[in-house]
Ligand binder design. Structure first.
Ligand code: PMP
Ligand code: GLN
Length: 383
């Protein structure tokens, strides 16, 4: 393994899901739903397969139907106009979009400022691009993690090329508000930075609303926005994601993307095009269902003795385990399957400043109600 990747072992998600299977535990670790997305979307995938749409290499930028649907989604929801032919790119999940964006935009030696805790692939992709990550730590304050704009400003140097955002934020559940985004936008304009923003949980906001930073004045031209059908439609195995942005930025991302996978997910692209056209009711129900699950698990974790950061968005809850007399999230998560038959993720893996994440543990709530209830019952035996 080369030096760039030497610090990255197996992803925590693979490790913890394997542990869940091995111990027969309830897996609230890796974030994937235990119920597949809408029947009509699955049927659309079957139709595409049967009709021979997408069974051979689809066009490099993605099938036209899907690019049109993505452009319509950005326009109808956020008032963002993108040309489906030049400003939209379909990727193999958001994961490839993140990789391709960083590989395309970061020069070796460039610094990438990323919110900490950060999703694990950011660190690995910055490293693969030869960049240096500069974490800006979100601070736990009164039940939520917040971004300090001064800390962000202090992290930018002459070598900074990209600010890598994630809102709604995994694992903290923080949703960046207009004020915080305006501070990011101001900084980006002032220092001539690009913003890569991972908005895969855009439809999972329970308190407040999702604001794409690309909608702020002057930001459309310097922002690469990333979305994912895996999250929005509960098909994480299909690996359909996308990028929207200016023609120039999307062309750059496409240059890298074409040599990573070239193309992926042919028939699923047609199905996701139909999914994006589902009536507003789908998105509302999806959000309401997840909100109820958030409350069920958050209440249960509180009753079990955890301190809970009730997330404004995503399908993750970050908890503080210190009220349980614990301080090491790694040790806690390693022991949890034996102690309670539940798997969770230690937040420390998402930090460079590991001590900042040490006493925090993440639980996913994208699971059936009965599963969450059983998990809560088991966690209550911990005390
Ligand atoms: N970004 C974030 C913040 C995520 O949580 C995930 C999925 N866990 C991804 C990207 C990857 O998305 P995809 O499955 O579409 O590759
Ligand atoms: N994004 C998912 C999570 O945070 C995991 C995806 C993966 O396994 N790479 O749990």
């Amino acid at each position: 393994l080369n030096r760039r990747l030497a610090e990255f072992g197996t992803t925590i998600f693979a490790e913890m899901s394997a542990l869940a299977v091995r111990t027969g535990s309830i897996n609230l670790g890796q974030g994937f739903p235990d119920t597949d997305g809408p029947e009509e979307v699955r049927e659309a995938a079957v139709r595409a397969l049967r009709d021979g749409r997408g069974n051979q290499y689809p066009p490099g930028p993605g099938v036209p139907e899907l690019r049109a649907a993505i452009a319509a989604h950005q326009r109808d929801r956020y008032g963002l106009g993108f040309d489906p032919d030049t400003e939209v790119l379909v990727t193999a999940g958001a994961t490839e979009a993140i990789a391709a964006a960083l590989l395309a935009l970061v020069e070796p030696g460039d610094e990438v400022v990323a919110l900490e805790p950060y999703y694990d692939s950011y660190a690995a992709c910055i490293a693969m691009a030869g960049g240096t990550r500069v974490p800006v730590t979100l601070r736990p304050r009164e039940g939520a993690y917040v971004l300090d704009p001064d800390e962000l400003r202090g992290a930018v140097t002459d070598r900074t090329r990209v600010i890598l955002l994630n809102t709604p934020h995994n694992p903290t559940g923080t949703v960046l508000g207009r004020e915080e985004l305006a501070a990011v936008a101001e900084l980006a304009a002032e220092r001539d930075l690009l913003v890569v923003t991972d908005e895969v949980y855009e439809h999972l906001v329970f308190d407040g609303e999702h604001t794409p930073i690309a909608t702020l004045p002057g930001m459309r031209e310097r922002t690469v926005t990333i979305g994912s059908a895996g999250k929005t439609f509960s098909f994480t195995g299909w690996k359909v994601g996308w990028v929207t942005g200016s023609r120039e930025l999307v062309a750059a991302v496409r240059s890298a993307k074409q040599y990573l996978t070239y193309v992926a997910s042919g028939p699923f692209q047609y199905a996701v095009a139909e999914a994006l056209r589902l009536p507003a009711g789908y998105f509302e129900e999806f959000r309401a269902d997840m909100r109820a699950k958030r409350d069920l698990l958050a209440d249960g974790l509180e009753q079990a003795g955890f301190r809970v950061f009730r997330p404004a968005g995503t399908y993750f809850i970050t908890t503080d385990i210190r009220p349980l007399g614990e301080s090491d999230g790694f040790a806690f998560c390693r022991a949890l399957p034996e102690r309670a038959g539940v798997v969770a993720i230690p937040n420390a893996v998402f930090y460079d400043h590991r001590e900042q994440g040490a006493p925090f543990v993440r639980f996913a709530f994208c699971k059936r109600k009965a599963v969450l209830e059983e998990a809560v019952a088991r966690l209550k035996t911990l005390g």
